[in-house]
Design a binder for this molecule. Structure first.
Ligand code: BV8
Length: 248
């Protein structure tokens, strides 16, 4: 079976998009790269902060060991995000939400840029950097409404300590969000994987589940990833340039 030339198959892709009843999109840090949000594995190096690989500082174990340091890390991340606005990739995906009978956008990103671009019901698989959650009662607050001088913030409901409302390494994903994402991926006609190195699980398993259920799998990424070999189409380029051009 000759090697499928995956880059030029956009005519079939356009056909699939015109017929699609259910489209599922999984995004990663790459979709926000053109907004100025640093990726984690840009250039093959895992992000490091104060000498700690991000998988260490962004871990459940670190919340137990040094919650204040975890807040410093996410205060730094929010400082970077402050100046970042959605880019044409976010805008295009927001437009797509009304183009299909069913459309699902799941993201590994905690930057909130999809929602800022107008996407509704985004499945935030790894939480959101702008939210805090009480370790005691579980109630959530917008970090921007907490006193930035008090770290960790104190829960207004019960006086407990709050933590960033993000999923850290070694922590399970929010069950309701995960179950919906897995169901939608497994019942999609077309599945896009945009701007992810597809290394972190269980998120990286969603496109595989979609492919196994018969979905037409499309990767948008300037680089090869572990998912490239199972894709029907690979669009090698920046999401902010490739997605707006995908008219159908
Ligand atoms: C869990 C929030 C149950 C915090 C994040 C199975 C096998 C191996 C390991 C595991 C496994 N199952 C579980 C694990 C452990 C672990 C894991 O996957 N480890 C990895 C490192 C191997 N998973 C977990 O711990 C998960 N929990 O499994 O719980 C459990 C419990 C106990 C014990 C065992 C199991 C929780 C994972 C979630 C962690 N939280 N984020 C924070 O942000 O700090 S993960 C974080 O890293 C992101 O959310 C994202 O998921 C990941 C980074 O990946 P990407 O987003 O893809 O970014 P990256 O930089 O890597 O790649 C960018 C890509 O974009 C590149 O390909 C680049 O080419 C491309 N690009 C660049 N520019 C552009 C572009 N593309 C398009 N356009 C551009 N312009």
């Amino acid at each position: 079976m000759p090697e499928k030339d995956k880059s030029v198959n956009t005519s079939e892709l356009r056909g699939r998009l015109r017929e699609a009843r259910s489209v599922f999109v999984l995004t990663g840090a790459g979709v926000s790269a053109e907004s100025g949000v640093p990726t984690f594995r840009g250039g093959g190096q895992a992000a490091v902060w104060k000498g700690m690989p991000f998988e260490v500082i962004s871990s459940a174990e670190m919340v137990g060991r040094d919650l204040k340091l975890v807040w410093d890390w996410f205060d730094y991340r929010r400082g970077v995000l402050q100046t970042c606005r959605p880019n044409p990739a976010h805008d295009t995906l927001a437009r797509w939400q009304t183009r299909f009978p069913r459309f699902t956008l799941a993201t590994q990103n905690i930057d909130g840029l999809h929602a800022e671009a107008g996407s509704h019901g985004v499945l935030e698989l790894h939480g959101n950097a702008w939210r805090a959650r009480c370790l005691n009662c579980g109630s959530r607050e917008d970090v921007r409404e907490t006193d930035a001088g008090v770290r960790p913030p104190i829960c207004r409901a019960c006086g407990g300590l709050m933590r960033p409302d993000v999923v850290l390494f070694g922590e399970i994903l929010p069950e309701d969000v995960w179950v919906e994402a897995a169901e939608r991926a497994a019942t999609s006609d077309v599945c896009f994987v945009v701007g992810t190195s597809a290394i972190v699980y269980p998120a990286a398993g969603l496109p595989v589940a979609a492919m196994r259920a018969g979905a037409f799998l499309v990767e948008v990424n300037p680089e090869e990833t572990p998912l490239s070999e199972i894709c029907d189409v690979t669009l090698r380029g920046a999401a902010g340039e490739v997605l707006p051009r995908l008219e159908f």
